[in-house]
Design a binder for this molecule. Sequence first.
Ligand code: UDX
Ligand code: UDX
Length: 429
Amino acid sequence: MNICVIGAGYVGLTTAAVLADWGHQVQVVDVDQSKIDALHQGKLPIYEPGLERMVQRNTSRHRLHFSTRVRDGIEENPVIFIAVGTPPLPNGSSNLSHVHDVVRMIAGCCIGSSEHKLIITKSTVPLGTNEQIYQTFIDHGIHEKSFDVVSNPEFLREGSAIYDLLHPDRIVVGTKTERPVETIKQLYRCIEAPYVFTTLTGAEMIKYASNAFLASKISFINEIARICDSCQVSIEDVAEGIGADRRIGPHFLKAGIGYGGSCFPKDVHSLMYSAKQKQVDTPLLESVTAVNQSQIEYVVQKLQTKLQTLGGKQVTVWGLSFKPDTDDTRLSPALSIIGSLLQRGCQVHVFDPVVKHAPPGTQFYSDMYDAVNQSNALLIATEWKQFEHCDWRKVKSNMHGNIIVDGRNFLDSTMLQAYGFVYLGVGKS
Ligand code: UDX
Ligand code: UDX
């Protein structure tokens, strides 16, 4: 199939590479010249394990092409994926200007053309947006038989995006009619997963409800972890114990400094905003957000209690991305915790395996062991594998103090205590 993917970001690029790997002809278009230039040289604008090889493989097979000529991409391909960003606005809603811009461009290209266009929305868009997209085509005078709009949300996690695309739990397809269903099945013929067919808005709701539910699980376990701290119970035992119940499940029960990234915070807020527009209260989602925001202060407070005061203390933070195996720092809890430490007068030293720029007010180190030199405490904000398997003896001898704050509950506390560290986890000691 001949496909155009608009947007070479985390979602668009991974989706395009996988579609090409399945044998489709894919043209990726993006307005960002520097991204396209890098892709022409075989370099990725983002860090995502396995993606560079997949992109290079399919570029050399002539199945994957990159261009800034968005209009050409639209005109030359019957299937168009929309994967442009929908960043959050200060009022909690999502910025849809990029989506509407490209939709108007696609509709403009359809005027006077006899070729059918299938428009597939991958970007996460608020309830009712795909209906608006459909209406834009009608308003442009495009006959309803000349196009189809499909809402086909992504469920890929950064860091394991390729795996998630190849092994989805389900493929959600929102349509207005049956007409595009066969084409969608052809597109995804290489994977086995159950389909969930619904309306355009139904698919949007499934995406928001999925992310809101996962975010709720994280805030739930973080709140339970605070109670565990107060009664010396291990949150890991609790997560194992409740996760073994198949009605609950073991996933997304990892306590720590909370969730971040380009999806959960934005999507929970956007869902609350949509509900408010319809005069629906969302006390549960408000609590999910409140727990997540206060989790940062909860952990900083723990460190302050140990150090008496944070003013003038040197704290090293390992990990800047919102999760391991990505360079994405959008709404990263690591950055929030760094902000809180700076506000309390700490000198903050930082290190990350792939993010190579220092947050304002911090000192960046390219070596993780140099970063801890003379620090009073080491706070680990992202569970990168190399932190778990580091030389703890060296860390200990480089540090001035002996406090480790495990913001992701992934370290072996018994082993660290044997090295002479004071270990501070979240619901874990
Ligand atoms: C995606 C989804 O689109 C978003 O809705 C979801 O919630 C998270 O995942 P993401 O891939 O992370 O977003 O966005 P980003 O990495 O910012 O990439 C978007 C790309 O679209 C950028 O490369 C940008 O240059 C491009 N773009 C944007 C266009 O090509 N045209 C535009 O008009 C606007
Ligand atoms: C999420 C969704 O999982 C995915 O389906 C898609 O809709 C895009 O958004 P992503 O944000 O890339 O994926 O990563 P995810 O693995 O879901 O982690 C999100 C945040 O939650 C990270 O900050 C992570 O550290 C945190 N998290 C995750 C926890 O704090 N505890 C957990 O148990 C799991």
